[in-house]
Design a protein around this ligand. Structure first.
Ligand code: 5CA
Length: 439
């Protein structure tokens, strides 16, 4: 993409309304714009990051056996009356009346809808287990939307729902998602710690939040320090094998959010291992048994021929929140530092003298070759000053900066900078291409 034809409205000044660094940087780097309180338009650069996150989430859901579908954002209130949540959900739910005076709502989550769909389709235990997910916009009329996309009113979520015949099999589904979340966040460049959590309006008796540590996090969290760097299962993980050891290694160490905090149990952790910090909840998984299936008649005939309400769990990832979370975890004074896996472009190609025939030609060749090698590249072909170009590149945080100017070209070199470390080296254009493509 040529910057001269792109849409990248960056800001020089820090926006006054942004209280935390990720919100500031998302506005300054032209990722999002607020259109109403807690509602954001995703600009091209932000959308590219969102899509990259979605891709990793999808791949890891598929690896764990979950199947994608897509449910609508607008739901009928009747469904929620069946579960009893239409009244219970309270003012956080955006209620809508259509032209026929029917009560509708903008979905804050989808337990009811997926239960209804599943109930109409699956009649026999032979069609179990299943885990269905979608990645869809949600609306929650948060009383205090803040911190940009971290606590928005409209936000993108991955929500998945498992259906099993009995409790043991449902717990197995829960364990699969637990492990899949560890892998997902790891691939996103984050260290997420599973913590015992409250179930809130979703309900159920077992729940873990996945928390990344950040000073600006909304939740106070308490955990054993060893959880922070615990290695995550590799991509050879066998989801049909025994996942219990992976879970046990984590759940036997103390980790709890504020609501579940047990000061006495925390005191039992050796003092040098006690970590009391703030965190961002990027995922949340729940096991709630028959709460929705019993209320809504989602039953199958079991091996004994008797109707059995299904055992269910639900599994959420804050896809939009993750964009802010990743920036909180990875930035410096100059701007964002995208982990390679989610970067909107892999390389920023900087032309130090647009209009100079030789520099333009060298850049054009590099641009073509990068694209031919399948490397995503944002080419700054504008006639801005060099200093401004460097600041923009640092601000938007692409993993590599490839800087081409007339002076270097005279001696046959370009400059390659790694954004994360600031390390720079001069090398031939061919060597630079090889290094970028090989990484
Ligand atoms: N149905 C369940 C799981 S599918 C559910 O809705 N869980 S949740 O309420 O915990 O939300 C899942 C994830 O969405 C959270 O872990 C969080 O990362 C994200 N999330 C929740 N509320 C917001 C919000 N207001 N803004 C941005 N992200 C949010």
């Amino acid at each position: 993409m040529r910057l001269s034809r792109y849409f990248l409205p960056t800001l020089k000044e820090n926006p006054a309304e942004a209280q935390i660094v990720s919100h500031r940087l998302m506005l300054r780097a032209g990722l999002v714009r607020q259109t109403a309180a807690g509602i954001y338009a995703w600009l091209p650069l932000g959308l590219a990051v969102l899509r990259n996150i979605e891709k990793i989430v999808r791949e890891e859901q598929a690896r764990a056996g979950a199947i994608e579908l897509l449910m609508p954002t607008i739901q009928s209130a009747d469904l929620w009356r069946q579960s009893g949540r239409f009244d219970a959900y309270g003012p956080e739910m955006l209620r809508i009346v259509d032209r026929h005076e029917r009560d509708m709502l903008y979905g804050p989550t989808n337990e009811e809808m997926i239960t209804e769909i599943f109930k109409g389709a699956v009649k026999s235990y032979r069609d179990l287990p299943r885990n269905l997910f979608h990645i869809q916009w949600k609306f929650r009329d948060e009383i205090r939307p803040r911190f940009g996309v971290m606590r928005g009113r409209e936000f993108l979520m991955k929500d998945g729902y498992s259906f099993d015949l009995d409790v043991e099999s449902a717990r197995r589904a829960y364990r699969k998602m637990f492990v899949s979340y560890l892998r997902t966040f790891d691939r996103l460049g984050l260290r997420a710690i599973p913590m015992a959590a409250d179930t809130g309006p979703i309900g159920g008796d077992m729940s873990h939040e996945f928390i990344i540590l950040a000073e600006t996090g909304e939740s106070a969290v308490f955990c054993h320090r060893d959880l922070v760097d615990m290695p995550v299962p590799g991509d050879d993980i066998d989801y049909d094998g025994d996942l219990e050891p992976v879970i046990r290694a984590r759940t036997e160490l103390y980790a709890a959010t504020d609501e579940k905090h047990d000061p006495a149990a925390f005191e039992a952790v050796p003092e040098d291992k006690r970590l009391s910090a703030r965190g961002i909840e990027v995922g949340h998984i729940f096991f709630f048994g028959t709460k929705y299936s019993a209320a809504m008649g989602c039953v199958v005939s079991g091996p004994d021929g008797r109707d059995t309400p299904l055992q269910m769990g639900s599994y959420g990832i804050g896809v939009a929140r993750l964009v802010g979370g990743i920036i909180e975890a990875s930035h410096d004074d100059a701007g964002i530092i995208w982990p390679d896996a989610v970067a909107p472009f892999k390389v920023g190609l900087v032309n130090l003298k647009s209009g100079d025939a030789e520099t333009d030609a060298a850049c054009a060749t590099l641009y073509d070759k990068l694209q031919a090698a399948g490397v995503t590249v944002l080419y700054d072909d504008t006639d801005e000053r060099a200093g401004a170009k460097f600041s923009t590149m640092d601000l938007i945080g692409l993993p590599w900066q490839l800087v081409v100017g007339p002076r270097g070209l005279k001696s046959g070199v370009v400059e390659l900078k790694r954004r994360a470390t600031g390390e720079k080296e001069e090398l031939s254009p061919e060597a630079a291409l090889a290094k970028i493509s090989g990484n």
